[in-house]
Design a protein around this ligand. Structure first.
Ligand code: PLP
Length: 468
């Protein structure tokens, strides 16, 4: 199918749809099922809103993939930064030599990162940041004369889809079709509190989680484990904030067994939870941070890992090098755009803004708890999950068909879209969760649109649910 030139003939939604169904293989998309539903083609962005080829304006309640932190109105500034860089130098690597934007961006990131995390290695994505972190960890030990290769991650965690990152994935149904994978030390429990015994104290929950992690380390053989990787607030499973004492306990355990601690901040860095880095906010003291999305607000294809002085030291010896690299990490145009993004975030004081606005957003979302189908509202910053019931009011489990009906596209995502709101519904692990993570420039007006759309749609779903 040939597309008609939009600028000459006006909107060509059918042309886009026809061509997409023939040629565009979308990510994690049920391509066959999608044929029965018109594909939405987004053509413009503005503030916190996306506009499609038919002129519909939709509030982006998820910052796209938890990444468009500054929203969609800074295109002209990004274009200017990119154009200036293209005029000067369109590409150079950071292998044997480098270029000014990579140097400037590395310095800027190091200045924002906590503690002794001072060494920045660029990647083209979050998943490749995780790959790089694991390779740094493995080679760090081999340079010290130890052979440690395994990594511990948590149940339900998503760390990317390349084979290494996929091996760490805590979602079996996404991982298993690709086995055999890279050997790991498996998944330990995540910090989901909902569903735990009501009489369990926060302290007891922390102890339970740390005990589970320690048992795993001991069972695997501590001297085979290179790293523990955790998201400061875990996205998959539904914005799982750690209980008090957890991060300090994980740090202490890593120290006890000589294991590196990696904070996967692909989502949480650059303002999402009200700080440049969640590791700073929660005093996690990781050895390595992985980042991507918010670094450029996804206006550039760029990720990075930030490594502590101690982990960097053995690589900084004469005759040694990190045996890892890629063509596009630290691309000058991407780095120029990321620098502009950080400048915009500083100008708008976005991390502070999130801190000062998070209670308002949380309060509005918590008001949804009164609905029968809403069983938990949790999260922090601009990063919340509304968990929906998996059991009937009498405590018996909903069947898969009932869940598919109640929480499927027609009632939930479709209902929200009819009310002008785009949100992600996750059914990972069988627990239905609505993820709410608006751009960090969102304000009361956007919070109200989001919450009221959710109230109406979840209200309807609650009535169906209560009648089951
Ligand atoms: C915590 C975390 N790590 C890694 C990734 C992978 O990032 P990418 O899709 O850029 O490879 C994601 C993506 O959502 C993520 O949320």
């Amino acid at each position: 199918m040939t597309l008609v030139n939009e600028a000459v003939t006006g909107p060509t939604t059918d042309g886009y749809r026809g061509s997409a169904s023939e040629h565009l293989w979308r990510h994690f998309a049920d391509m066959a099922a999608a044929k029965s539903k018109p594909l939405r083609v987004i053509t413009r962005g503005e503030g916190c809103y996306l506009i499609d080829s038919e002129g519909n304006r939709l509030l982006d309640g998820l910052s796209n993939l938890f990444c468009v932190n500054v929203g969609y109105s800074y295109g002209p500034e990004f274009a200017e930064a990119a154009a200036a860089q293209y005029r000067q130098l369109g590409y150079h690597s950071s292998w044997g030599s480098t270029h000014p934007r990579a140097i400037e961006l590395a310095e800027k990131i190091a200045s924002l990162a906590p503690g002794n995390l001072n060494h920045v290695f660029f990647t083209p994505s979050g998943g490749e940041s995780v790959e790089a972190a694991w390779k740094v960890a493995r080679q760090y030990f081999s340079l010290r004369g130890e052979r440690r290769w395994k990594a511990i991650s948590r149940e339900m965690a998503y760390h990317g889809t390349t084979m290494g990152a996929l091996s760490l994935m805590g979602i079996p149904e996404v991982r298993e079709p690709f086995a055999p994978l890279v050997p790991t030390a498996g998944n330990v429990r995540n910090t989901k509190r909902y569903g735990r015994p009501t009489e369990e104290t926060e302290e007891a929950f922390t102890a339970f989680l740390l005990d589970d992690m320690e048992q795993r380390i001991v069972a695997e053989g501590p001297d085979t484990v290179a790293m523990v990787i955790i998201e400061p607030v875990q996205n998959h499973g539904g914005m799982l904030v750690a209980p008090a004492g957890y991060h300090a306990g994980v740090r202490a355990m890593c120290d006890k067994y000589g294991i590196l601690l990696v904070a996967d901040e692909t989502i949480t860095a650059f303002g999402r939870v009200g700080a440049w880095f969640a590791s700073e906010l929660y005093d996690i003291r990781p050895d390595i941070i992985t980042t991507a999305k918010g670094l450029s607000s996804a206006h550039a294809v760029l990720g990075a890992i930030i490594v502590s002085d101690q982990v960097y030291a053995p690589f900084d010896q004469a005759g040694q090098m990190l045996l890892h690299g890629n063509t596009f990490g630290g691309h000058p145009v991407m780095a120029a755009v990321a620098l502009r993004n950080l400048e915009i975030m500083e100008r708008l004081r976005l991390p502070d803004r999130v801190l000062s606005k998070q209670d308002e957003l949380r309060g509005k979302l918590e008001s949804l708890s009164a609905l029968d189908a809403v069983v938990d509202v949790r999260g922090t910053g601009f990063f919340y999950a509304v968990e929906l019931a998996s059991e009937r009011l009498d405590g018996t489990p909903l069947t898969d068909e009932e869940k598919a009906w109640l929480y499927g596209d027609d009632l939930l995502a479709g209902g929200l879209e009819e009310r002008g709101v785009l949100l992600r519904i996750s059914l990972d692990g069988g627990d239905p969760v609505v993820c709410v993570a608006p751009p960090l420039v969102a304000d009361t007006a956007e919070f109200d649109v989001l919450t009221e759309a959710l109230r109406e749609v979840l209200g309807t779903i609650s009535r169906h649910y209560a009648a089951l």
